[in-house]
Design a protein around this ligand. Structure first.
Ligand SMILES: Nc1ncnc2c1ncn2[C@@H]1O[C@H](COP(=O)(O)OP(=O)(O)O)[C@@H](O)[C@H]1O
Ligand SMILES: [Mg+2]
Length: 314
């Protein structure tokens, strides 16, 4: 499907997107700011109408029946919903009741989420006293308390501290393990890698890659990354060996891509730079998914892979 925002400088926010999510799956949606991620998730839950194409949620046509789509989905928007005058616990329970949960079940489920995310210390504070991270976690709980068959999370992990972010990733995985289809927008490739079943990379409104984390990482087999911490004697020219490509260089660090067969040469070269005082430390590691992402988004278009029997088809 596609979407162009109206106006004189109308932005083609996305174009020809083909995306499928199955029950029990977490699909991670990655992309730079402005790539079209929020437009896409809003289309899926019936908040933004595509100009062309179709979106189906468990058999419901989200374009013809956006109310039906919203009933099937629960969404954590990128912007937090204000909960002024409420405590996090009260806000979570109100949403649970609105979404049709029974009072006792909602209270139990709310407590379970509060414990899972380790926010009991803030759960009964007035909302104006809670931190941005707790507000973000509260918004997640409001989405997860009575989850839809599709759960859409737009940058849930933003502003959350590293310890609770780990708990949040576990809670996201649990939502899928309990049967929801989860569509998750994130910038954090490294953390998403451990939790998602599929990654979809958006760039300028089109899908440039879609695969499992392992499938995407396979494209890096035989490719290493060299990282250098530069010493005080570092000039601008490191004299990279010819086998090192895609080099980056700033005041403190430099990095490049190394074919595995050149590893020994590059280590010898790096060692010589240490002896010259140009480099303080070097490391040669297997290229990460983050490296793949940067390479893909930096480079051109790649073919798109898809799945069968989706809960969501867009
Ligand atoms: N309501 C809107 N009206 C006009 N342009 C918009 C609107 N919302 C988003 N855009 C534009 O569409 C593109 C995609 O935005 P968005 O979907 O928010 O990207 P992301 O969530 O990946 O950062 C951007 O160029 C953005 O400026
Ligand atoms: Mg966004």
């Amino acid at each position: 499907m596609s979407k162009k925002y109206p106006g004189r400088h109308g932005v083609q926010a996305n174009d020809g997107i083909d995306l499928h999510i199955l029950e029990g799956q977490v699909v991670g949606l990655l992309g730079h700011n402005g790539a079209g991620k929020t437009t896409l998730v809003n289309q899926v839950v019936g908040l933004v109408r595509p100009d062309a194409g179709s979106i189906r949620l468990a058999g419901v046509d989200a374009v013809a029946d956006p109310d039906g789509a919203r009933r099937l989905a629960s969404i954590q928007a990128q912007a937090n919903v204000p909960i002024t005058g409420l405590t996090p616990r009260a806000a979570i329970q109100i949403v649970g009741r609105i979404r049709g949960g029974r009072r006792h079940d909602v209270a139990t489920r709310t407590q379970g989420l509060i414990d899972a995310l380790d926010i009991a210390g803030s759960a009964d504070m007035p909302s104006q006293k809670i931190s941005g991270g707790i507000a973000r976690l509260t918004a997640f709980c409001m989405t997860a308390v009575v989850p839809g068959r599709l759960v859409v999370l737009d940058e849930s992990t933003n502003d959350v501290d590293p310890v609770r972010r780990r708990l949040l990733w576990d809670a996201i995985r649990t939502l899928a393990d309990d049967g929801a289809a989860v569509l998750l927008v994130t910038h954090n490739v490294r953390e998403a890698e451990r939790v998602v079943d599929h990654l979809v990379i958006l760039d300028q409104g089109t899908v440039i890659a879609a695969d499992t984390p392992a499938g995407l990482a396979a494209s890096t087999r035989g490719v290493l990354t060299v990282e250098l911490d530069l010493g005080p004697a570092s000039g601008t020219d490191l004299g990279w060996p010819r086998s090192v490509t895609e080099t980056t260089h700033d005041r403190l660090r430099a990095a490049g891509t190394v074919p595995a067969e050149s590893a020994a040469d590059v280590v010898r070269w790096a060692q010589s730079r240490v002896e010259m005082g140009v480099v303080e430390r070097y490391a040669l590691t297997a290229a990460s998914l983050e490296d793949v992402y940067v390479r893909l988004v930096g480079a051109g278009r790649a073919p798109v892979a898809t799945d069968a029997d989706p809960v969501v088809a867009a």
